[in-house]
Design a protein around this ligand. Structure first.
Ligand SMILES: Nc1ncnc2c1ncn2[C@@H]1O[C@H](COP(=O)(O)OP(=O)(O)OP(=O)(O)O)[C@@H](O)[C@H]1O
Length: 472
């Protein structure tokens, strides 16, 4: 084989490399061609000639490469002196994967170019191309998720377990809410799944790729609420952080803002919220400039807002603004028919795919005797305790459930199972259970009103929320 260029040129290493590499490439490729400084074909191997449908290699020598291969980019390589390492070239009906390299003379001037056809059939590259595409898509998704930094949703509507008419009606309304850009008010006792539903509505809506920002009004001290909502301008307070801080409205821009426990919102903030919703703009604390925002609001409460409006504790104009579509989530005791499917989903979540645990029909029937003041959150706690205390057994039966059901139900005589001797457990576990039970009892007595429940327990609202979250 004759090489298309002068191997005497260049230093030792270059020459040796060329001598080793060129025959390798030439052999492995589906064809090779070289052009001179003017872009005329100076050499072509027989394999490439065959691929191009030429009768022989000699007839094309000296002809401009583009008169033989119409779309050749060899003149471009000669002109720029830069390689085109990977390209797909169309030739008649074929697609050829090619690499093109410039050639230099002893003075370092471009003397021509050489090209190799790496593949004359894209088929072998399909797995590579589709793998690349998949990886690229994953990367994009990961970047988007990272950009939202925890402002994405965890729940979809499918996570809202239930098949009773009451549960189906909730889901029907949630779908309706997702399809429209209207404010939605979610009503329901604590632990009924208001947040699950709010996230599902966002995930189903046209704003799904935007952020979902939740804010629990009962958990934030009153004096910090305004800054939390509307942000802070740089240097708003003396000695405070010099940088500006975005509020929940700005963070939710382009997405959904979920106002949990909206009934706990102080009156002064109610007026400001109404203004922000009407104008779709906010004024950060310590600034005299307004910032436009594009936010859809979903609100939730366990309180009776109509009663609060009636006695002047909640602004009626804000109430009507938030309550364009109302979704009432029934308490668990009103949809006990869903207990089986709820247990199934919650147990799957509790085991997080590590193992499989089931609950017997009798045990579900036993759960139906309880009136569930803490609703599904409490059901989850009961199942989690039963699972942990039974040392992660695969079946939760009546006995195992009975051991963890809150005491008052057993006293009420609703449960008729064999008495189980009280097991001795680590003190920390017993104390944690007692705390969880006290929280549930306080919530029950306060009708789901958390501020009141915290008062009954003699703790602050934020400590109450911290404990509630720990036992969730
Ligand atoms: N329909 C449901 N299906 C499955 N799990 C549910 C459902 N509803 C609620 N849960 C679970 O119950 C727990 C409480 O739900 P969530 O926080 O949505 O209730 P909430 O009504 O917003 O409570 P709160 O008013 O106390 O904030 C979560 O662990 C959630 O996963």
């Amino acid at each position: 084989m004759t090489m298309p260029f002068d191997t005497r040129s260049g230093n030792h290493l270059t020459r040796e490399l060329i001598e080793v590499l060129f025959p390798m490439f030439e052999q492995a490729s589906a064809g090779a061609i070289a052009v001179d400084r003017q872009g005329r074909i100076s050499w072509i191997n027989s394999r490439y000639a065959r691929l191009l449908g030429l009768s022989d290699t000699h007839s094309v020598i000296g002809r401009p490469v583009c008169s033989v291969i119409a779309r050749s980019r060899m003149p471009e390589v000669v002109e720029s002196g830069r390689p085109l390492l990977l390209d797909i070239m169309e030739y008649k009906t074929q697609q050829l994967v090619v690499t093109r390299l410039p050639l230099f003379d002893e003075q370092g001037e471009v003397s021509g170019a050489v090209a190799f056809v790496l593949y004359d059939d894209l088929q072998p590259l399909t797995p590579l191309v589709s793998k690349y595409r998949r990886l690229y898509q994953d990367l994009q998704a990961a970047r988007r998720a990272l950009a939202r930094q925890g402002r994405s949703t965890r729940y979809q509507l499918a996570d809202f377990a239930g098949a009773t008419p009451a549960a189906l009606e909730v889901k029907r309304r949630a779908r309706l809410a997702a399809g429209r850009e209207i404010p939605v008010l979610l009503l329901g006792e604590t632990g009924t799944g208001k947040e699950v539903l709010a996230q599902s509505i966002h995930a189903l809506s046209a704003r799904a790729s935007g952020p979902f920002v939740g804010v629990n009004l009962a958990a934030i001290p009153e004096n910090l609420l305004e800054a939390e909502f509307f942000g802070v301008a740089p240097g708003a307070y003396t000695g405070a952080d010099k940088r500006s801080r975005e509020g929940k409205f700005q963070l939710a821009n382009g997405g959904t803002l979920f106002l949990d426990e909206v009934g706990d919102m102080p009156q002064a903030l109610q007026a400001k919220l109404l203004r922000a919703l009407q104008e779709q703009e906010v004024e950060p604390l310590g600034s005299n400039q307004v910032v436009p925002v594009d936010v859809r609001v979903l609100a939730a409460t366990s309180r009776d807002l109509t009663e609060m409006v009636a006695d002047g504790r909640f602004r009626s104009d804000l109430y009507y603004r938030l309550n364009v579509l109302e979704v009432r989530i029934p308490p668990l005791r009103e949809r006990l028919g869903d207990l089986g499917v709820l247990c199934e989903g919650l147990l799957e979540d509790i085991c997080a795919g590590h193992s499989r645990v089931e609950i017997t029909d009798d045990a579900v029937a036993l759960l139906a005797h309880y009136h569930w003041p803490g609703n599904i959150r409490e059901l989850r706690n009961v199942l989690e305790r039963a699972y942990t205390m039974s040392e992660q057994a695969e079946l939760l039966d009546v006995e195992r459930i009975n051991r963890v059901l809150p005491l008052q139900e057993k006293r009420a005589g609703a449960v008729s199972t064999a008495t189980v001797a009280m097991a001795v457990r680590p003190l920390a576990e017993v104390l944690a259970d007692a705390e969880a039970a006290a929280i549930q009892a306080a919530l029950q007595q306060s009708g789901g009103n958390r501020a009141q429940a915290a008062r009954l327990l003699g703790i602050s609202r934020s400590v109450f929320y911290e404990k509630l979250a720990r036992h969730s």
